[in-house]
Write a new protein. Structure first.
Length: 260
C-alpha cells in the first residue's frame, strides 16, 4: 500500500474509531442506568452507613490482625509490585512506585501464595460474599491519583482503613463531590462508577484493604450482572493481571508467615 493509500485508510478509520467510542460510551451509560434501576440499595456515591453490608462488621472487628499482617508485607515493600505492573490498564493513574498493590483476589480468582502469607486476612476474605477483587492498596506520600471512573455498577467498592496518616485532613478520596477521610479500623463503601480521585498530601503512606464485591441487585439485575462479569473475565482486563501476577510470583523469593 502506497503512502497516499495508507493516509486515506488512517483518515477513514478515525471516524470509525470515534463512532465506536461513542457507541461504547452510550452502551456503558445505558447499562449503568439499568443497574441503577435494579439496585434495591440505591446508587449513592458514598454509602452513609456502611454497616448495612454485614461483612463490614467482622472486617472492622479484626482490623488490627489484618494490620499486623500488613506490617509483615511492608517489611519487604520492595517486593510488592506497583498497580500498573500487575494491571497495565491502570498506567494512566499509577506512576512509578507510588501506588503498590499486594493482591489476594482478582475478579474472583484467589492468589493462593499471597493469601498463605496473610492467613488471617485471607480467612476473612474467603468468607466475604460476592468478593471479586481484594488487595492491600499502598499509597506513597505526596501522591495524587487523578480523577477517573470505574467500568460498571455491577460492583461496589469498600476500603478498610489500615494505616492512615496523622494528618487525616490532607489524605482523602473524593467521589462525585463528596469527600471521605479514612479512619483506621473503619470501612467506607462507595460506587466507583462516579468520578473519583485520591490525594495523599502528607509525609506518610496510606494503606487500605481494597475490596470490590457484587452489588446487591434484584433478579433481573443479578442475571445481567452475572453475564457481564463472566464476559469481563474473558477479557485482557482480567487475563493480564492474572498473567502478570504469575510472572511476578515466579520471579520473587517465596516466603511463609514464619520466615524471618
Amino acid at each position: 500500500m502506497n503512502d497516499v493509500a495508507m493516509t486515506d485508510a488512517k483518515t477513514e478509520s478515525k471516524p470509525r474509531r470515534k463512532l465506536l467510542q461513542r457507541l461504547v460510551k452510550h452502551g456503558v451509560r445505558a447499562l449503568n442506568d439499568f443497574q441503577g434501576r435494579h439496585s434495591p440499595i440505591g446508587i449513592p456515591p458514598i454509602f452513609p452507613e456502611p454497616r448495612v453490608f454485614p461483612f463490614t462488621v467482622p472486617l472492622e472487628d479484626a482490623w488490627q490482625s489484618i494490620r499486623s499482617e500488613l506490617d509483615e508485607v511492608l517489611k519487604r515493600r520492595e517486593d510488592v509490585p506497583s498497580f500498573h505492573q500487575i494491571s497495565p490498564d491502570q498506567a494512566r493513574i499509577s506512576k512509578g512506585d507510588n501506588w503498590k498493590t499486594y493482591t489476594f483476589y482478582v475478579m474472583g480468582h484467589r492468589v493462593d501464595d499471597n493469601c498463605a502469607s496473610s492467613p488471617e486476612t485471607a480467612a476473612l476474605l474467603d468468607r466475604l460474599p460476592g468478593l471479586q477483587n481484594a488487595f492491600f492498596s499502598i499509597l506513597a506520600p505526596r501522591y495524587h491519583i487523578p480523577a477517573h471512573c470505574g467500568p460498571s455498577r455491577a460492583l461496589l467498592r469498600a476500603h478498610l482503613g489500615l494505616k492512615v496518616p496523622q494528618d487525616r485532613d490532607n489524605c482523602w478520596i473524593r467521589v462525585h463531590g463528596q469527600y471521605h477521610h479514612w479512619q483506621e479500623g473503619r470501612v467506607v463503601v462507595l460506587d466507583d462508577t462516579y468520578e473519583h480521585e485520591v490525594r495523599n498530601d502528607t509525609d506518610e503512606e496510606r494503606v487500605v484493604l481494597f475490596l470490590d464485591f457484587d452489588r446487591p441487585m434484584d433478579l433481573p439485575g443479578r442475571i445481567v450482572d452475572g453475564l457481564l462479569l463472566r464476559a469481563m473475565g474473558a477479557t485482557a482486563f482480567v487475563r493480564d493481571p492474572l498473567r502478570n501476577l504469575e510472572a511476578w510470583r515466579a520471579g520473587r523469593p517465596q516466603r511463609t508467615p514464619h520466615d524471618g
